[in-house]
Design a protein around this ligand. Structure first.
Ligand SMILES: [Zn+2]
Ligand SMILES: [Zn+2]
Length: 437
């Protein structure tokens, strides 16, 4: 059985963080050496890996300990390559290699052979997501060095022994990003590994899919439905999120009126679902940035009205279209504090707010009493439980003509920087990175 040490580094002075060393929790402010493998393998490695507490030590002894740690790192790297199987080869991957703003580049990384319950995926496409921009800017939790990318599709290249009955080389797959979820907590047991405390999300805390290969626990993989193109399959992860929000968390149904704030990927996929669910009025609001590309697209996907809030009063538009009553459902995809503060006022009494867009600041002002006076329901949504993947994939082939329109461009990995910049400028909807190009 091969073991590959993927991360070996020291860390000191981290505030409020608990590090994991070979599955054992160690206190904050300790230097750590991190390695991956089965428990037995890790025990073998941890026989030489020691944990040093640097807190409160004098400079001289700190220097000495750091010297030992550097030596230890070398030993571990040697051990890692010694135990690596001959099959292991390097691949190109987009790596967040250090904390802080930026520190993202293409690096040679090892291809990790699948464990018994894992599959190795040859990645076809991986989409650039808003979250990737936040990881780049260090505004979203991440643990470098880590391979980025979590919206992927590809082909099974190798199958672990334990899942050989379920998967075959050549199967086309997409997959969830809930790596690290424990499988035993009350959330996991209720089918909600996407919010498990132990989750180490793929692409930010666990090696992701901006790489030629991805090694994935097989329980996270799904077959790509018959007749779905690679381009559409590459959109499965964000589509599963909006499926969770619109199908599982909202009561949106025929004849209802919905306001969708934000016209990027989430807003446009919410539009597809609102249309599919039979909403009578679908109002999509956005800004000047959305006027050229995203508003026309929203209308093509089923929006009955688009509103540029920098030119029009969204309150007046909603009032006119709902006889002054307000919308039944408001899907907040913008994460813009101003849109959030005004959105509650646009809901009808007893209406429902479905919240998807993360905001930058930790707290933002909202008109609290409006919630009470209007007896509103507020529903928070995060990520995509397995149930939402099943529902999303079940309709993906039917919705493929609409979904395909969200892919603005397909670029090679080498062009990632320009791709990120175009996403940041908002001039595209979704860019897929072709890992085979
Ligand atoms: Zn994403
Ligand atoms: Zn759990």
């Amino acid at each position: 059985m091969a073991i590959r040490i993927t991360k070996v580094y020291t860390r000191t002075g981290d505030q409020g963080q608990t590090a994991l060393v070979g599955g054992k929790r160690v206190p904050k402010d300790t230097a750590r050496v991190e390695a991956y493998g089965t428990l037995d393998e890790l025990n073998a490695v941890l026989g030489i890996a020691r944990v040093f507490n640097l807190e409160g030590r004098r400079r001289k002894s700190r220097d000495r300990i750091e010297g030992i740690l550097r030596q230890l790192q070398n030993e571990l790297f040697d051990l890692g390559s010694e135990l690596a199987t001959p099959k292991e080869a390097d691949m190109r991957a987009l790596v967040k290699y250090a904390p802080g703003h930026g520190h993202v580049d293409i690096r040679e990384m090892p291809v990790r052979q699948p464990e018994t319950d894992e599959i190795l995926i040859k990645v076809k496409y991986c989409g650039i997501c808003g979250t990737d921009l936040h990881i780049y800017a260090d505004e979203f939790p991440n643990t470098p060095p880590v391979i980025m990318g979590h919206e992927y599709c590809g082909t099974v290249a190798e199958v672990g022994e334990g899942v050989a009955g379920d998967w075959q080389v050549g199967d086309r797959v997409v997959g969830e990003l809930h790596t690290g979820a424990c499988g035993t907590c009350f959330l996991c047991r209720a089918g909600k590994p996407h919010i498990c405390e132990h989750k180490l999300a793929l692409g930010s805390k666990y090696d992701g899919a901006f790489a030629e290969y991805l090694t994935l626990p097989a329980w996270l993989a799904h077959r790509i439905p018959e007749g779905v193109s690679w381009e559409v399959a590459g959109l499965s992860e964000p589509f599963a999120i909006t499926t969770h929000c619109l199908v599982e968390r909202s009561n949106l149904g025929p004849g209802q009126r919905v306001l969708i704030s934000g016209a990027a990927t989430m807003g446009l996929m919410a539009t597809i679902w609102a249309s599919r669910l039979g909403a009578e009025e679908i109002i999509v609001s956005g800004t000047e940035m959305d006027a050229a590309l995203r508003f026309p697209l929203a209308r093509a996907l089923g929006a009955t009205r688009t509103v540029n809030v920098q030119q029009e009063d969204v309150r007046q538009v909603v009032s006119e279209l709902t006889e002054g009553i307000g919308v039944d459902c408001w899907v907040e995809c913008s994460g813009a504090p101003a849109a959030i503060a005004s959105g509650l006022g646009l809901l009808k009494k007893t209406g429902k707010a479905v919240l998807i867009g993360l905001v930058g600041p930790e707290t933002i002002p909202i008109p609290w009493n409006t919630l009470l006076y209007k007896e509103l329901d507020l529903v928070g949504c995060f990520s995509s439980p397995p149930s939402s993947w099943q529902k999303a994939l079940a309709v993906e082939a039917e919705e493929a003509p609409k979904l395909r329109q969200l892919v603005s461009d397909i670029i090679p990995l080498d062009a990632w920087e320009e791709g990120f910049a175009r996403m940041r400028r908002g001039e595209v909807v979704k860019i897929l990175v072709d890992l085979e190009a």
